[in-house]
Structure formats: C-alpha cells, structure tokens
Design a protein around this ligand. Sequence first.
Ligand SMILES: Nc1ncnc2c1ncn2[C@@H]1O[C@H](COP(=O)(O)OP(=O)(O)OP(=O)(O)O)[C@@H](O)[C@H]1O
Ligand SMILES: [Mg+2]
Length: 469
Amino acid sequence: MANILIIDDEPAIRESLSIGLSECGHRISAVGTAADALDAAMDRDRTFDVVLLDLRLPDRHGLDVLVELRAKGNETPVIVISADTEMSSTVRAMRDGAFDYVSKPIDLDELEGLIDRALKVSAKTGPVVELVAENESQGNQGAIELIGNSPALREVFKTLGLLSASRATVLIRGESGTGKELAARALHTFSRTTGAFVPVNCAALPGTLIESELFGYKRGAFTGAERDRAGKLEAAGDGTLFLDEVGEVPLETQVKLLRVLQERQFERLGESESRPFKARVVAATHRDLEALVRGGQFREDLYFRLNVATVTLPPLRERRDDIPLITERLLSQISKELGRGLKGISAAALDRLRVHDWPGNVRELRNVLTRSAVKCRAAAINVEDLEIGGPEGDSPALHPLPVGADLARFPTLDEVECEHIRRALAYARGHKGKTCDLLGISRPTLTRKIKRYSLERVAVPERSDDRRS
Ligand SMILES: Nc1ncnc2c1ncn2[C@@H]1O[C@H](COP(=O)(O)OP(=O)(O)OP(=O)(O)O)[C@@H](O)[C@H]1O
Ligand SMILES: [Mg+2]
C-alpha cells in the first residue's frame, strides 16, 4: 500500500486511475496543474511514495515539475504517464531522473507493476552509506589522488613521498587498473619540478613510430618527415618522462633507450648533433619483466637501469578494506560528472562489492560504479543496480584456473579448491548455507575449509545479511 500523487490535467484520467489504484489498496491524491502538484509534493505534512506525472499540463511542462522536485531535494520516484511517445521526451524524462515512462493509454497492470518496483527501490534496503562530500581542492589534486588507506596502500604513499624527493628512475609495477599512471603523476606532482609530465604509451606505438615519438626527427629523416620535430625526450625538459607499458618497447628501441639513460643525451632521427636529456624517468608495466628478460624479449641491462627504485601497487583484492572508501569517493565524483545527485550506496551493495575479485582492479570498480549510477533510479545505489561482470559475475560457472594464475605453472588441487570455494562464497554473497548448497558439502566441511584457506573475510557479508533479515 502506497501514497500516490497523480498529476494529470484530464479529469477522466485522474478519476479512472484513482479508482483503479484505490482498488489495489493505494491511497490516492490527484491534482490537475503543475502548481498544485508542487504544493502537494513539497507539503511537509504529506509524504508520497510514488508520483505519476503527465507531461502536458496547463501551466508548465511536466518535466519542469520533475526537475524542480529534484532541485528541491525531493527524491520520490516519478513515473511519467504521457501520450507523448517522442524519443526526446522519453530520453529527457529519464535523464532528469524519472523512474520510468509509460505511454497512454495506460495498462493498469503494467502501471501497478511499475509502482511495486518503484516502491521496492525507494524503500531503502538496509542502511545506506552516505557519500563523503568532496572537500578542499577539487582541481588537479582530486585527479592525481590515489584513494585508499589500507596498510598496503599507505606503504605505497610513503614510498612515493620518499621517491618524489629524489630524481632516481622509478619503475612502477602492478596489475592492470591498479593506478600505476596515477602513481606516476603523483611522483611528478610532488617532486617540486617546474617541468612537464610527458607520458608516452609504448604499447600504443608500433616500433618505428615510437622512435620518432621519443627522439623527434629532422626534416627529411624519413618519408613523411616534412619538418623538424621535437620528440618527447625534449618535451619533458627537466620534468618527468613517463614510459607507460615499458615492457612493450621493441628490442631495437630498447638499445637506444638504454643509451639515453646511460649517457643522458640523444639525437633526433636524421641528425648527428647530440642533445642533453634532463628529465626524470618513470616507467610502468603490468608485465612480468623478469620473465621477459629470461625469454629474451627485454634487455637485462635496460631492466637494471629502469629498476633502480620500484613501487608496486597491490591488486584491489588484496586490500579489500579500501573498497568502501574508494567506492564512496569515486561514486561522489561520478555522480557529479553525471549530474546525478546520488546520496549514497546501500550497505548490501557495498558488501557485494567487497567480495568481488576485481581482476580489472580499481578501473573495473570505477566502471561498475559508473554503470550502476547510470542505471540507478533511486537516491542510493542498491544491489540490483550493480552489474558486476567478469568471471565473478552472476554465474557460478567453473573456472579451472585461478584468476591471474601464472599459466606456466600448473595450480595445485588445494589452490583450485580454495579459489573455487572463494568464488562460491562470493556468488552466495557470503551466505554459508547457500555456499554449502552450491558446493554440495556439509556446513562443518565448509567451516573447516574456510578456516584452512583463511577465507573468513569473504564470508563476512553473511553477518550483515543476518542482521538485516
Ligand atoms: N587507488 C585509486 N584511487 C582512485 N582511483 C584509482 C585508484 N587506482 C586506480 N584508479 C583509477 O582507475 C583507473 C585506472 O588507473 P590507471 O590508469 O592509473 O591504472 P594502470 O595501473 O595504469 O592500469 P594499466 O596497466 O591498465 O594501464 C583510472 O581511472 C584511475 O583514476
Ligand atoms: Mg596505465
């Protein structure tokens, strides 16, 4: 049973909807103008659970009413009911925060179903974790900030701080999406240099291009070189040259790069005059450079030149405690970017995020949050809004190899078992009973194995589920 506000200028529609919905057990108020609608919706003595909104009103357009309600902080789900089936009206209504859009003539069963769904969405499933308001400097600072306060990440911060005081070459390592580029930018920003931060994506450039990109060239050095051009080594000045995906640099170029690092000078392609190289070098890779060296794809001497100081970014699954903080901060950024005014995320949704494996790390988390924020029709993101893809998605399918396993090394039975139990726990959102069902084992067996493989953390959400139900 819900309190429903109907806004429609046609008395016949107000009446038929009022009758139909009262028969379903709802309490109905109906008005015919935008002015009356706003008065009713903003009346402190009345609260509505759902608003049904026609678009063609005598005094203002229905979407103005929607926008004004949202601007005044009213988050009641609004279902648009309109004869207007133009794409633009529908798109605008959803953009401006409508819950759904039904076209007239109205099918009462369909409307009833939508109202039910809207009620479920607005009824907060459990406590909501509110987004922290973005404070202080939001400009460049926000963009370079690695979020997190797990012990592992705090160590990274300390290392970055120490290294930004020096000009030593730094190699940043870590899986894809762990924030290697952010770390490189932080090294530069905190290093008090006045020079530029010049990134070179070594993976995006084929062999020949990477050299002209790095070294620059003299007019006529090769076909297409129509004028002299400075390369990135020069552009970096006494700032920072960021060699991203350095593991992808072709062998021939590696020799030249090594020389630059050793001699601190270089020549533009087609020129004999040497130029000084003054920038600080920061390189990053998600590849196993040692394996590349063993396999002959990466020069050992260059490896030693680059690997003077190392910063290793831990994968997100090894610092799950950072997930809530990262989620809150990213979500508040995303909400602002999308102009969505999201207030928070439900504790249940946060639990779900905590158990996911995040093979794509923070980048994947950011993508999931962005998709959810777009999809979410309420003020807070809920479990239903989350679309977590990848191997941990919504299927308990078998994955014989642990994510990220070194394929050259065959996993042991214990490793596969541990991984499989962890996946089942994640799929069951930490619920042990469901996990036993999935795995076809008894509860004591599961408990024993959780202990043996230290999977207690993955099983955590069960406690919060129990508290709620
Ligand atoms: N700790 C973090 N806090 C906030 N945002 C993060 C964090 N780590 C990564 N990100 C975000 O995740 C995305 C990927 O980060 P980044 O590009 O630095 O990863 P990467 O390690 O360079 O990945 P790849 O190896 O795939 O290039 C970016 O949008 C970045 O802002
Ligand atoms: Mg990167």
